[in-house]
Design a binder for this molecule. Sequence first.
Ligand SMILES: [Zn+2]
Length: 327
Amino acid sequence: MSFSPEVNLARRLVDRKGLTPPIDIEKLVKDYATIEELAFPVDVDGVCLDLKQPGKKPRILVNSVGRSRNRMRFTLAHELGHVLIPWHTGSIVDETDIGNGDENADYWQLEGEANRFASELLMPTKWVLEIAQQFASPLDVTEKIANVANVSFHAATIKLIGCLPQGFIFAQTQEGIVRSSGRSPGTLANQPFIGEAVNPEKAYPWAKSVWHKHAGDLEYHWWRSKADKSEPAAIDARGWRNILDSILVHTGIHGEELKKFKQSINGIIAYANGHVRVNRSSAAIYDACLQRLHSVAKRDARINAMLEHDEFDAFLWSKISDLIKLD
Ligand SMILES: [Zn+2]
């Protein structure tokens, strides 16, 4: 696993100070900056002043109005990121409801870095992976992380999804509409998009496991792929080209359009196959292909029909057995 510079900075700090959750963030921050807790008149989480000013200790102002203890802890860790990341300079106001406009691209880049620093500091990856071993459900893992590290359930969710192997997707919804979502690194299926309505039982037909949890007026959904589905004992002897023709014969697609459609299927499969670089088992390739095909099927009814065809599995396994011969 490789880490970005800001995450490495947090890792080194955790190692050097021998920190383990729950981290006493106030005590830690006081080594590097002064902290003032204030009731801000505006909707801002915190402010960082005098960053990298020679002879001056940086000042962190934290808003205490309407913020939970966990959120203030995360803000403090985030501000420490601004203090320690070498290229964060000047003064930074952390507005929570600032627009997502392009004019703020630099601001959002710094914010992302400070958030990843804070996340690694409060929930070190190594520690998260140890907890992930203890439970089957990612929701149980999240709950344990949130409870021990004193972070919000959502912050723990974002951290966990970034640490898991490929094939995990989560969505946080409110009244069925996605508010936040993510996928573990290397996952080929798209996560549900923010603002989209999602039916948790039908969103990922390829998922082996689905988990749900209510938290106040929010719901958390997790899906895990079935990467362990095994190849059938015998591959269909007709060959994948013939099976595909047999699947497509009644679709009403003909001539040039049929040729293009077949090319697009082969393209999707080649893309998925190309992303399975380590542990190239037929099961892993099958899983990757299903993830991609189901993602595309959401906007292409022809692919959806193909996926539902009785002979689809025979086609895909036959195609994969040819792909593996090329390795
Ligand atoms: Zn910030």
